[in-house]
Design a protein around this ligand. Sequence first.
Ligand code: 4AD
Ligand code: MG
Length: 464
Amino acid sequence: MLLKVSCKLNNFLSIKHGIKKYYSVLASVLEKPELGENVEIKGWVKSLRVQKELVFADVSDGSCAQKLQVTIPKHLKTNDLTYGSAVNITGKLARSPRGQIELLAENVKIYGKCVVLDGYPFNPRTSHPPEYLRRYLHLRSRTNYISAMLRIRHSVTQLIHKYFSSKNYINIHTPIITSNDCEGAGENFKVLPDNEETVKSMMQQGLNSETVYFGSKAFLTVSGQLHLEAVCRGMGNVYTFGPTFRAENSKSRLHLSEFYMLEGELAFCETLEHLQNTIEDFLKFILTEIRNSNEKDLNLIDKNNTTPTWLNKQFITLNYDEAKNILDKKGMNTAEVGINKEQELALVDYCNGVPVFIVRWPKSLKSFYMKESQNDPEKVDALDLLAPITGEIVGGSLREDNYEKLKLKLPSESLNWYLELRKFGNIPTGGFGLGLERLLQVICAIPNIKDTLPFPRWPHNCSM
Ligand code: 4AD
Ligand code: MG
């Protein structure tokens, strides 16, 4: 009886304190190589060189930028051991004559064959152009370019949480389905039940097929800002980071229908400078950290990728009117209101590639929630941050905190709750939104946004 109890206890302890190791992930093998140790690795063959006695295979498993060279005695090489095949290899770690860590294979098992002639679209030691890879979304994570990109994306995601946690911001999960259109730009996707039976059974007086499920129209979120503002007025500094959807009719190299947005809402934020300093500090943190943590990945994407020269410089600030004057002097057509993409990039160029905040915009160009500028009722305290490659990378503003002024601009009664935030214990706040994919374009110097996420969506494209 006593024995049984102690056995149970042992089982419990072993589950709680030690997870059985099933194999070694390359990132850990290469981080601390234990020479002479037996290891078992699993991954994909990225290249193969067959010599007289030996076969050399480069194996990668996605966990890091490096591949592990595996030396395989000829007798272990079967016909199925080819470029692209999935393998399980056991052996001992050693240092090669050239000083690299290698695995001396003792056993090779093939999980999945890969016959290139059957239509596998990639070739060994070839860097295929990104447009070509985009035709194979389901397979492209096997390439250096995309796997490096996805590891950098992973690291940036971790760093976002690290940065804001270290500054005592609270991460809020704002809803994906929402009844408001934050930006008012008419870019919402509707959310409706796709089931006639459900619609029929829920139909009541006064509700139509668009409102029947939630009792009001519902959309996929274009921004979590309004919800964030609500929580900010109860909890101080907050941020949200999640999927965002925009039905923009643009197939440009900078637009997606679904992207990830980081949004921060700063409590007690009374000046644009406060907001600008936060954005600048955050971006410099990310750029610095990612160059340390993912240097090899950055090199896989672009051998010539170097630290941006702006990292040690202060970002520049221009008023909207100043920016328009500069564009005018450059001979660009400024009769049109706003600043178009070409002009955004011209402004970054004017600032020698240093990111530039364009601040204090005409009220008519910006959303209802932005705070009227103190000395100019035609302007709002809004900012756009322009960066090389993308132009606009961040949009933000101080929020209108005057109840009466906000009431006049409120686009719909359904936002009365938002107005009411200004009624009880209101505080000044400001916030910003940053597109993760555009940030990745800037970090990795990637021209097309469709190469910064695994499965991009844009007009006429929702494959997979
Ligand atoms: O400038 P936007 O529209 O700002 C907002 O949504 C505010 N509510 C944010 C806030 O103050 N909390 O969008 C913010 C950023 C843009 O600067 C851009 O980086 C990115 O989101 N973005 C897109 N990225 C990819 N595809 C699209 N269609 C994008 N639209 C905006
Ligand atoms: Mg914007």
